[in-house]
Design a protein around this ligand. Sequence first.
Ligand code: ADP
Ligand code: MG
Ligand code: MG
Length: 256
Amino acid sequence: MSTLSIRDLHVSVNTGEGEVKEILKGVDLTINSGETHAIMGPNGSGKSTLAYSIAGHPKYDITGGSVTLDGEDVLAMSVDERARAGLFLAMQYPVEVPGVSVSNFLRTAKTALDGEAPKLRTWMKDLKGAMSDLQMDDSFAQRNVNEGFSGGEKKRHEIMQLELLKPKMAILDETDSGLDIDALRVVSEGVNRAKAETGSGVLLITHYTRILRYIKPDFVHVFVGGRIVEEGGPELSERLESEGYERYVAGAGAAT
Ligand code: ADP
Ligand code: MG
Ligand code: MG
C-alpha cells in the first residue's frame, strides 16, 4: 500500500511584475492506493497549481508544508525522481516532442521507470492492447507525441501512459476538458481499468461533475480560494451539481 500525503502546503507564484502571490493557502490531503479522490472547484481556485506543485514545476514556489510518498520527501525530488517514485503527473511531459513517436516515447518512459527496457514482444502486445482498449488505431503509435493531437487524442495518450507505466499515484488535471461524451466514456473506462489493474491511487481534478458519473470517487474535496473548504463522499459532487460553488465562493472570496 502507498500513501501520498500533503500537509499544510503553501505555494506562491511570481506573477512576473515583481509581485509574489500566494495561491495555495494550506492544503491537507491524504491519498492511499486504490482510492479515488476528486478535487472540485471553480476556475482560478488553484487546482492546477496543486497538480503542478506536486509535479515539480519550477514556476511554483513551495513556501510551506510537505508532500511525501510513503514517507519520502517528494518536494526534494527532481521531476524524474518523482516519476520513478511512482507519481504520474501527465502535465510533467512536454507539450510536443518533435520527432519522437508515441511508441518510442512510452517505451523510453517505461525503461526509465523500471530501470530496464521491457521485452519488445511483450511491450508491443501491451501497447496494442492499450490502444485497442482506448479505441485508437494502431497507426497512433507512430505519430509524434502531441504533434497535431486533438484534445481527445491528448487525453487518450495520457490514459495510455497510465495503463502502461502503472504508477502508484496518478494525478489527472481536467482529464474531462474538451472531450465529447463518447471520448469521455472511453477515457473514464481507461482510468478505471488502469486503477483496477494496478491499484493506483487517483487524484482527479475537475470543475465538472460529469466525469464523476463514470469514475466514481471515494472522496470529494471542494477547493476554493487555494484550500479545501469541504470534504465528503460521492453525494457531495451531486450536491455541487445542483447548487454550484456559489455558497463557498461567497464565504472564501473568489481567487480571481
Ligand atoms: P484552477 O486550475 O483552479 O483554475 P490555477 O491553479 O490555474 O487554478 O490558478 C490559480 C490562480 O493562480 C489564478 O488566479 C491564476 O491566475 C494564478 N496563477 C496560476 N499560475 C500562475 C502563474 N504561473 N503566474 C501567475 N499567476 C498564476
Ligand atoms: Mg497554513
Ligand atoms: Mg486548472
